[in-house]
Design a binder for this molecule. Sequence first.
Ligand SMILES: Nc1ncnc2c1ncn2[C@@H]1O[C@H](COP(=O)(O)OP(=O)(O)OP(=O)(O)O)[C@@H](O)[C@H]1O
Length: 620
Amino acid sequence: MTRLKAIPRAHLIAGLCLVALLVYPVINPWQPYPQAVMLLAFLLAVQASSWNIISGYAGYISLGHSMFLGLGSYTVGIVAARWGVNPLWIAPLGGVTAVVVAVLIGSVVLRTRGHAFVIITIAMLLAAQILAVNFKSFTKGSDGITLDLPFWDRDFQNIPFYYAFLILMVLTVLFSAWIRRTKLGTGLVAIREDEGKAASIGVDTTRFKIVGYAASSFFIGVAGGVYAYYLTFINPVGSFAILGSVTIVLAALVGGRGTLYGPVIGAFIVQVVSEAATVYGGGGNARVLVFGLALMVVVLFLPKGILPTVQAWWRARHPEKVEYTDQAGALSRTRVAVRERTEPSPAPAQGEVLLDVRGVSKRFGGLTAVDNADLTVRQGTITALIGPNGSGKTTLFNLISGGMQADSGEIWFDGRRIDGLRPWTRGHLGLGRTFQVTRLFKEMTVQENVVAPLPDSRWRTMLSDAVHGHEAARARELLDTVGLGRFADQPAGALSYGQQKLVELAQVLMLEPKLILLDEPAGGVNPSLLGRLTEVIRELNRSGVTFLVVEHNIPLVLDLCDPVVVFSHGAPIAEGPPSRIRTDPVVLDAYLGDDWADHGEDGPGDNGHGTTAAAREAVQ
Ligand SMILES: Nc1ncnc2c1ncn2[C@@H]1O[C@H](COP(=O)(O)OP(=O)(O)OP(=O)(O)O)[C@@H](O)[C@H]1O
């Protein structure tokens, strides 16, 4: 009984529904019509659930996904007709064709971001139809291909197809669930939430999207092969119909895009409504009208779909108890362990140059944000980068981490020129960063956020478990370190700003970085946790991690960092140990203000929380 209780409610309900579906034809064997409606619902569920991998998890909407059903049908149909093989045995070939085509299309389209993908998917569906019409020697053109009737007794009617599509539906849902549990799954969701941020934490967004697109095509291709046998006839218009793609999207939207069971629920609803519209509404055209109305209702009243809406309602009625931050736990922890890098490259010796920015510039129209800047960060240091607002510090961070490309200059990291590398490759080399305004993936849980980064480009890492296993255990450990272990299963969007800062630090530590760029780490963090934060930075630094810190909290900078580089108008104006910087007349003039020279260690008007306001006022 306790074992049963451990299974999530959704899986239990799904299991019960599956048992009912398995026994239905046994109880009602001589009812071919309802069996046909059900098996078409299973087929739609296979398609919607597969579509959900690229369009629900990764957010890249495909409006031509029924193309894979047609490709599967034609592959299997052509082979079966030519060589007299039974289509059922070669149905997986349809999946292989679908994956090959998805990889080819994806390799071209998914290198870019955004809307081009939607348009291309429709274009590809129509192109496939034109090819099927014109490649007559293979496809018999508009005449189509007729296949042999099923070999089993006619008395069995649809039952074998019923079970074939049911098995495919179960396999698709299990496959989709498995993907969502892996780092591939968290990476896909990360892409949907914030593609730039995903790239900065080592997610090779191009590869993830191509793999996601290919994964979303396989079972549809297999189902296409079985469907060809079910129909015993395939032609270009029927196999590559745009209405098929619209139905897939509608099913996923109705049920709940991005959820595991939503597309399946949506498929059953859409299939039953579609059948009712055809039977009672006067034919196929009524179906199109009903689909249009349903789409409007969903967009207006259920934008998240049925399942997420019901889940939100349930959660509101049965709120989970959440503890406050385990601040005491975090503060009492003494050590934070750094993992060994999986592909260790010899770290530069203490004091050697780790990051070398040489004559880098970045212009935005008429504004030169970074102006021929030089900067070196030596191994083992906690280097500060300070300067007035708008002096180009964050832009320089973006250039170093790969979020932006420099107009000129070179950036070297750990003996390698990196300014031409993609952001995730820089991450794999050991370059991590946090953001001034936190950029967590708000719809993922806190734990998923911390598990999402990839320290290398190995397939094994990509397919490792993000929910259990060593990666998840490491994420928990890091969350405990920053005092947020109790929040692991909460959505990241529910955390306060300061808590999000701490999660972002834990997240970047998953990269096993050699150098961490911290953009205003103290912003919004309460004073006692700030103490813990600086302690963590020091501990990591003692373990060999180098830091480059942008921070306006000058007492913190002067206490924690050495050397300090001062930026003004896009270039460094001074560099040295804190003791020299705080009295440097150039720095006092450009940033700190004369008051700094006249006050003690803590600067003017310090209240223990830093003097950001004072420093900023001084600049103005
Ligand atoms: N994407 C962009 N497009 C246009 N201008 C930009 C862009 N990013 C930064 N800038 C401009 O470049 C200049 C430098 O901005 P940046 O954010 O790098 O400064 P900063 O030193 O980090 O400032 P702060 O201390 O306030 O964070 C600013 O004038 C800013 O308006």
